[in-house]
Write a protein of this length. Structure first.
Lengths: 307, 175
C-alpha cells in the first residue's frame, strides 16, 4: 500500500509502523443498539444466538464490534431497526455533543443520517432534530434511516449549511460534521488514496469555516457545537477551528476538552508547518487508526459563552 | 435575547382526524389509544399520512422537505399502516399478531403465502391485517384472506426493497 500521501503526517504519528499496519487491515464493523426499540443486552443475546461473537465497544455503551465477514446490514434485526451499522469513530461526534431529551439539535450536513439517528436515539426521540442536507439526491438514504429506526422527532431541510437563514432557529446543540478530504477513511475507501496522490489535494477549509461559522451563529448562548472531520489534515481541522476562534474574539467561544474514557486519542495540534494555533486547540481530539484499530478522525467541542 | 424563530409542528402540517387510522390500530390490533397521545398525525399526500412526535418545533425557513415519518396509506380499499408504523407501534398490539418461527419468517418477509391452521388460525380474527412477530419483535405487516378449502392464508407485506436487503434464508442469521 502506497502511504506516500500520508508522509506529511509522519512527524505527528507516534508509531509509523503501527499506523501503516493498521491502514493495511480491513476496518472492523461496528453496530450500535437502537434503544428506542431494544436493549444492548437483548441485541447482544440475539447476536450470540446467531453465532456472532460481538465485542462491546468499551467507550460507547450499546455498541458492538463484529467479527470480519459478518454482514450486519443483511439481517431482519437490521431492516427492522434494532441496530444501526456505523464505523465506531463516527460515533464520537454525537457522543461528545451529548444531546438530551427535549433539546433542539441541528445536524448541518446530515446525509446519510448516521449521526442524525444516533442523536435522535440519544434524545429518546423527544425534542427537535433538524437534519439539514445540501444535496437533495441524498435525502432518500437519510429518510430511510429515520424510518427504519423509528425516529419521529425530526424535520429534514434542504439547504447549503453555510447559508442557512436565521429562520432555521436557535439550537442547544449543533453538529458540524463537515465535508472533507476523507483521508481517515482509507481503510474502507482505499480509492481515497488515489485521490490524495494528486498534487493539489484541494483542502476544503473555506467551506468548512463557512459551515462552522454558521454553527456558531445558530447555537444558543451556553450551547454546544461539535466540529468533526474524517481527515488528518490540520488545514481542515485545527486551522478551521482556529480561524473561527480568531473571528469570534476572546471570551465568545471556548473549546472544552474532547475526551472519552476508554478511547485512546491524541490532543489537537497547536501549530503546524510554521503556523501557530490557539492553545485551546490542544483540547481537541485526534484519533489515529492504530490507537483503536479504527479510521482516522478529528473532533473539537466548542461552547458558546452564556449570555 | 434570541428571537424564537420556530413554531409548533401543529402550525406547519395539515392535521387529520382519527379515522380511519385509529380504527385499524385500536380496533384490529387492540392498541391502546393512549399510545398515540404523544404524536400528531397529518396529511403527507392525498393518499397517505405521516406521524410526528409532539414537541417538535420545525424551522420557519427553510421550509422542511419532510417532517416525521410515513404512517398510513389511505389510497386503498382497506387503509393500512406503513411498515415503519407497524414496527414502531406493533409492540402495543394485543391481537392479530402471529408468531413466526425460523421456518416461516422467510416466507413472511419475502411475501410468500402461509396457510394458517390450528392455533395460528385461532390467533387471527378472520381476514384482515396481521402483524408478523419473530423472536418477540414485530417484523412487519401482512394481510390475511380466506381462500376456499385452504382456509386462512397470510401473505407478508414487507416492502420489497427491505426484503431485498435480507440474506436469502431471511431468518437474520447473518447478524
Amino acid at each position: 500500500m502506497d502511504l506516500s500521501p500520508f508522509e506529511r503526517y509522519r512527524p505527528l504519528i507516534d508509531d509509523w509502523r503501527a499506523f501503516s499496519a493498521a491502514l493495511a487491515r480491513p476496518l472492523p464493523t461496528t453496530v450500535w443498539t437502537n434503544t428506542l426499540r431494544t436493549t444492548p443486552e437483548r441485541l447482544a443475546a440475539r447476536l450470540a444466538r446467531d453465532g456472532v461473537a460481538a465485542e462491546p465497544v468499551p467507550w460507547h455503551p450499546g455498541a458492538f464490534r463484529l467479527p470480519a465477514g459478518v454482514k450486519p446490514g443483511r439481517s431482519i434485526a437490521y431492516v427492522t431497526g434494532h441496530y444501526h451499522v456505523q464505523e465506531d469513530v463516527s460515533l464520537i461526534p454525537v457522543a461528545l455533543l451529548a444531546p438530551r431529551p427535549g433539546e433542539r439539535l441541528l445536524d448541518l450536513c446530515a446525509a446519510p443520517g448516521n449521526k442524525t439517528v444516533q442523536a435522535a436515539v440519544a434524545m429518546g426521540d423527544r425534542g427537535t432534530v433538524v437534519a439539514n442536507e445540501k444535496n437533495r439526491h441524498r435525502l432518500g438514504v437519510l429518510r430511510r434511516n429515520l424510518e427504519r429506526l423509528g425516529v419521529t422527532c425530526a424535520a429534514v431541510t434542504v439547504a447549503d449549511a453555510a447559508n442557512l437563514p436565521r429562520g432555521i432557529g436557535v439550537y442547544d446543540r449543533v453538529l458540524a460534521d463537515v465535508p472533507c478530504s476523507c483521508e481517515g477513511t482509507s481503510r474502507k475507501n482505499p480509492e481515497v488514496l488515489r485521490r490524495l496522490e494528486k498534487p493539489r489535494r484541494g483542502w476544503r477549509s473555506g467551506g468548512q469555516l463557512a459551515i462552522l461559522r454558521k454553527a456558531a451563529q445558530l447555537v444558543r448562548p451556553g450551547g454546544r457545537i461539535v466540529y468533526s472531520t474524517c481527515t488528518y489534515a490540520p488545514e481542515e481541522n485545527e486551522a478551521v477551528v482556529d480561524a473561527l476562534l480568531r473571528e469570534a474574539g476572546p471570551g465568545t467561544l471556548r473549546l472544552v476538552p474532547a475526551r472519552i474514557e476508554g478511547l485512546a486519542t491524541a490532543p489537537g495540534l497547536t501549530g503546524w508547518r510554521g503556523r501557530r494555533y490557539d492553545p485551546q486547540l490542544a483540547r481537541a481530539m485526534r484519533v489515529w487508526p492504530h490507537h483503536n484499530d479504527s479510521g482516522g478522525f478529528f473532533v473539537a467541542v466548542i461552547e458558546k459563552a452564556a449570555a | 435575547m434570541t428571537r424564537d424563530e420556530t413554531r409548533d409542528v401543529a402550525q406547519v402540517v395539515e392535521t387529520v382526524g382519527e379515522e380511519p387510522w385509529l380504527e385499524v390500530l385500536t380496533g384490529r390490533f387492540g392498541m391502546p389509544r393512549e399510545v398515540f397521545a404523544d404524536y400528531l398525525v397529518f396529511r403527507r399526500t392525498a393518499s397517505s399520512l405521516s406521524i410526528v412526535r409532539r414537541g417538535l418545533r420545525p424551522p420557519l425557513a427553510p421550509e422542511p422537505a419532510s417532517i416525521g415519518i410515513p404512517f398510513f396509506y389511505l389510497g386503498m380499499r382497506h387503509p393500512r399502516p406503513t411498515s415503519a408504523a407497524a414496527i414502531l407501534f406493533g409492540p402495543h398490539a394485543r391481537r392479530n399478531v402471529l408468531d413466526l418461527g425460523d421456518d416461516r419468517v422467510p416466507d413472511f418477509v419475502f411475501g410468500r403465502e402461509i396457510s394458517l391452521e390450528g392455533d395460528d388460525a385461532g390467533a387471527v380474527d378472520g381476514p384482515g391485517y396481521v402483524l408478523g412477530r419473530y423472536r418477540g419483535d414485530v417484523v412487519g405487516l401482512g394481510h390475511c384472506r380466506r381462500e376456499g378449502e385452504r382456509g386462512l392464508v397470510l401473505r407478508g407485506m414487507v416492502p420489497k426493497a427491505w426484503a431485498a436487503q435480507i440474506d436469502g434464508h431471511g431468518d437474520g442469521r447473518s447478524a
